[in-house]
Write a protein that binds this ligand. Structure first.
Ligand code: LLP
Length: 398
């Protein structure tokens, strides 16, 4: 990829996404479930760029959303409403109402109280809400505590017992139609055995529900497939799929999975430009034009992203930091880089997932521009945010 040409054409910081790699990742996963009815619902939160969503919709993908905003993004990008799932522990009445009116595939319930709200709102609208229940199987996913979701100590989903109660109630309700069962235990999983354990627990409940004449059609195993940022093990997709298929043995249900990072993580990079180098005592800093507002993962989770320079030279250790007024504003610590000068480019790898989508205007910095590469051609898919964009909701009040 000609990073220099891209940086010159679109300026920096710049997110670049390889759409052909997205296609390849999608197809790789889809292929593993070929023997069964399956639906890949891309987790919009990982990267919600409209053109990127459109690309995935064109591949036949569905969408896993966590706000009505994400649902509307998916629809705008051309998603079919019957391929949209809406999860989240705190859906507002307004969001529930909109989701019902948009007639999406299912609303994924995360508490008994939420079920009651959905039932009430569906009744007011004269509708029967298709629902699934997010089961929290109390399985340790062995990942970073901030992205672990499948333990009872996490706020997500309900216990098996609570799920039973919800299904029994929904089954008898005129305004609820239980069509799915769902479970997502965490993100960036390199060991898939906890997912398989969760799939078995969830499948046991599915069997029990079927025996009680509750006709669940969708078995949703969530997302979480890990990717390689440095030397992590990438889970074996064949074993992942086979484990889920084995858990579901003898039961006819469409398999749904919700990968986010797996599809886009290694499909994206952040190009940034060196502003200055300096040393404080023995410590070397490379100051770049991207910052924690562009890519929060290093600051928030101490996540590692490989950073490479486009030029050669003897490498020494440095911290790559941004211009934001926080000591936590770093993109990499103890990274080995050659001597750099103003205008040199650095590439921050594996930035396609939870990069732009977690970016902010902190320090009144506009969000980066976004570019897609497809078939060797580049095109702008997100403009750089201007100062005017940032102040538009406040300006009239001064
Ligand atoms: N489904 C549900 C219900 C989820 O909560 C998530 C992620 C996914 C699917 C997609 O997970 P993935 O396949 O991408 O692992 N900001 C963090 C990740 C938070 C993930 C939240 N939920 C990070 O930057 O690592």
């Amino acid at each position: 990829m000609d990073y220099l040409a891209l940086a010159k054409k679109y300026q920096t910081p710049l997110y670049v996404y390889d759409f052909d790699h997205i296609t390849a990742q999608y197809e790789r996963l889809k292929k593993e479930f070929n023997a069964r009815k399956s639906l890949i619902c891309y987790a919009v939160k990982a990267n919600s760029n409209l053109s990127l969503l459109k690309h995935i919709a064109t591949l036949g993908g569905g969408f896993d959303c966590v706000s009505i905003g994400e649902v509307k993004r998916a629809l705008l990008a051309g998603a079919s409403s019957y391929k949209i799932i809406y999860s989240g522990v705190g859906k507002s009445d307004e969001e529930i109402k909109e989701a019902l009116n948009l007639d999406i595939l299912m609303i994924n319930l995360e508490s008994f109280a939420e079920m009651q709200r959905v039932e009430l709102i569906a009744k007011e609208l004269g509708k029967k809400a298709r629902i699934s229940v997010r089961v929290n199987p109390n399985v340790d996913p062995k990942t970073h505590p901030y992205i672990s979701t499948g333990l009872h100590e996490n706020k997500f989903g309900v216990s098996i017992n609570e799920a039973r109660k919800i299904y029994l109630h929904a089954h008898r309700s005129d305004n609820l139609d239980p069509v799915g069962i769902h479970c997502h235990i965490g993100s960036q999983l390199s060991d898939i055995s906890p997912v398989i354990e969760a799939a078995n627990i969830t499948s046991d409940l599915l069997r029990e529900l079927r025996a009680a004449d509750i006709n669940i059609k969708f078995f949703d195993i969530g997302g979480g497939i890990g990717i390689r940022y440095s030397d992590e093990n990438e889970p074996n997709l064949y074993e992942y799929a086979q484990g889920i298929l084995a858990a579901l043995k003898g039961q006819d249900a469409t398999i749904v999975c919700e990968p986010g990072r797996f599809i886009v993580g290694n499909s994206g990079e952040l190009i940034t430009q060196v502003l200055y180098e300096k040393t404080n005592g023995d410590k070397r800093f490379v100051i770049v034009d991207a910052a924690m507002n562009d890519l929060l993962r290093p600051s928030l989770y101490e996540a590692y992203h490989e950073i490479i320079a486009l030029k050669d030279g003897d490498k020494t250790n440095c911290d790559v930091v941004g211009p934001i007024c926080e000591s936590g504003d770093f993109l990499g610590k103890n990274i080995k880089l050659p001597k750099l000068e103003h205008g040199d480019m650095l590439i921050i790898k594996s930035a396609g997932a939870y990069g732009y989508s977690m970016s902010s205007n902190y320090n009144t910095r506009g969000r980066a521009a976004q570019v897609a590469i497809e078939g060797g051609k580049d095109r702008l898919i997100g403009k750089r945010e201007s100062f005017e964009d940032m102040i538009q909701n406040e300006r009239e009040f001064i």
